[in-house]
Unconditional design. Structure first.
Length: 461
């Protein structure tokens, strides 16, 4: 048990929870106080979107305007990376009139302070608005802005900054750090320290980005390689919002419009030069079925969120008996190939790469067992391609959460060439993924080493 003794005077008018007064936090603060320092509030203006501003101005009408700004939220703030794959907007006229103090500028630091709150980012351009769940930290002295904002972002993302934020979090619905507490956080002000940290982290992020790009390019090559070996040429057509077809093309088939798109017809034609087989012929296809988990002390669980969709690596979740979810119903074993039956998660596919106790998957998956008749790693490689994922999406049905039924799945035709070709495809894809994982590991390791060096610099070690 970790113990620390504090004076009563430190607790009066302050927090009472023991976590806040842990010894490691005291020691960290003491080291920071012994060096040149100020508080963040002394160096930066700290603000956030007021509650009434969000409820009053972020209305459906204002957020659906055709002339709008992007309003950044916590999901957009990654560590030194702005992710705009999913964002909200706010009408420009409303923002320019009523939300002027929430305008973001180049060299502003933004940080998510609630939920996944421990991420800071230095903005490299103007034109964004402050959205909910993030705060703005703007340097007070303009002449110092070239160095301090970048240092603040690096500092908050460092192990030291993370510990300070972790200490200050409070819980209501979700962990949150109050603006008043952020303003009181200690920040080193020695110019040499700031310069050293900025240079170190700039190089570390660049190296990480370069290796991640190499990994991304390797993974992107898989589609072209697989289709080239199978002699499949993808159609140049795109899905259309409106199209015409002859009634003879849909008689005896499904009548829903998307299923009968010419694009999908061309995908089927593209397989004419390769041996095909229906999925129903594959060995051991398992439909969602109940397995008994009541007598298990724990399970190693796999659900849709367990799979990295880039490298298709499984993160097995150990769940104790009393917390086993009702969807945990499918037994899996090393060597199995699992893939999602939900149209929105088709890219959630994986080979079960290890044998653990009580391995159970969610009912959202189908499972194919190994067989001498085919290379199961080839099936994994095939299902990883956009070609195959489009075929699967075609056969999904349902309005709220489209999925592939057992009956539809068994009728899907897939390329199943000779074992030699299957082996060639499987070997290439597995080796490519292995190289990509190695590059990603190197990228993360390099960044962690840099953060360890930054911690030594910040603490004078």
């Amino acid at each position: 048990m970790q113990e620390n003794v504090v004076k009563v005077s430190e607790i009066i008018n302050n927090r009472y929870d023991a976590y806040y007064y842990r010894k490691e936090f005291y020691e960290l603060k003491e080291k920071l106080l012994n060096a040149e320092h100020k508080t963040i509030g002394q160096e930066f203006d700290v603000t956030k979107l007021a509650g009434f501003e969000y409820t009053k101005y972020f209305t459906p009408e204002n957020m659906m305007s055709n002339d709008s700004y992007i309003a950044l939220t916590s999901r957009n703030i990654q560590t030194e990376c702005l992710n705009l794959t999913n964002y909200i907007t706010i009408d420009k006229t409303v923002a320019d009139t009523f939300l002027t103090r929430s305008k973001l500028r180049k060299n502003d630091v933004v940080m998510s302070y609630t939920g996944e709150y421990r991420r800071a980012l230095l903005l490299d351009k103007d034109g964004f608005q402050l959205g909910p769940n993030i705060c703005l930290l703007r340097v007070k002295e303009e002449e110092l802005s070239s160095n301090k904002p970048q240092f603040l972002s690096n500092y908050l993302n460092s192990t030291v900054g993370q510990k300070l934020l972790d200490r200050e979090k409070t819980f209501s619905g979700q962990p949150t750090v109050a603006m008043s507490r952020i303003r009181e956080l200690i920040i080193p002000t020695n110019p040499n320290i700031m310069r050293s940290v900025n240079i170190l982290m700039k190089n570390a992020y660049k190296q990480k980005k370069d290796k991640e790009l190499q990994a991304k390019n390797l993974l992107a090559s898989i589609d072209d390689f697989v289709l080239d070996v199978l002699n499949i040429k993808l159609p140049q057509l795109k899905k259309e919002k409106a199209y015409t077809t002859q009634i003879s093309n849909i008689l005896g088939s499904r009548l829903d419009p998307d299923y009968n798109q010419n694009y999908y017809q061309q995908l089927q034609i593209a397989m004419e030069n390769v041996e095909v087989s229906k999925i129903v012929t594959l060995h051991g296809l398992i439909s969602p079925q109940t397995v008994n988990t009541q007598n298990c002390d724990f399970i190693n669980y796999v659900d849709l969120g367990s799979i990295d969709e880039d490298t298709n690596t499984i993160n097995y979740k150990r769940i104790e008996n009393q917390n086993i979810p009702s969807r945990a119903k499918m037994h899996i074993a090393k060597g199995d190939f699992i893939f999602s039956g939900l149209a929105g998660s088709i890219s959630s596919i994986a080979l079960v790469d290890r044998q653990l106790e009580n391995m159970v998957a969610s009912t959202g998956f189908y499972v194919i067992k190994p067989s001498d008749e085919y290379n199961i790693a080839y099936l994994f490689a095939l299902f990883k391609t956009k070609f195959m994922q489009n075929l699967l999406v075609r056969h999904a049905s349902g309005a709220v959460m489209p999925s592939i039924s057992n009956i539809e799945l068994k009728n899907i035709k897939i390329p199943l060439p000779s074992k030699d070709i299957q082996n060639k495809v499987a070997n290439y894809v597995l080796e490519t993924i292995r190289e990509a994982k190695s590059l990603q590991k190197e990228a993360n390791s390099g960044l962690e080493r840099a953060k360890q060096e930054v911690e030594k610099i910040l603490l004078g070690e």
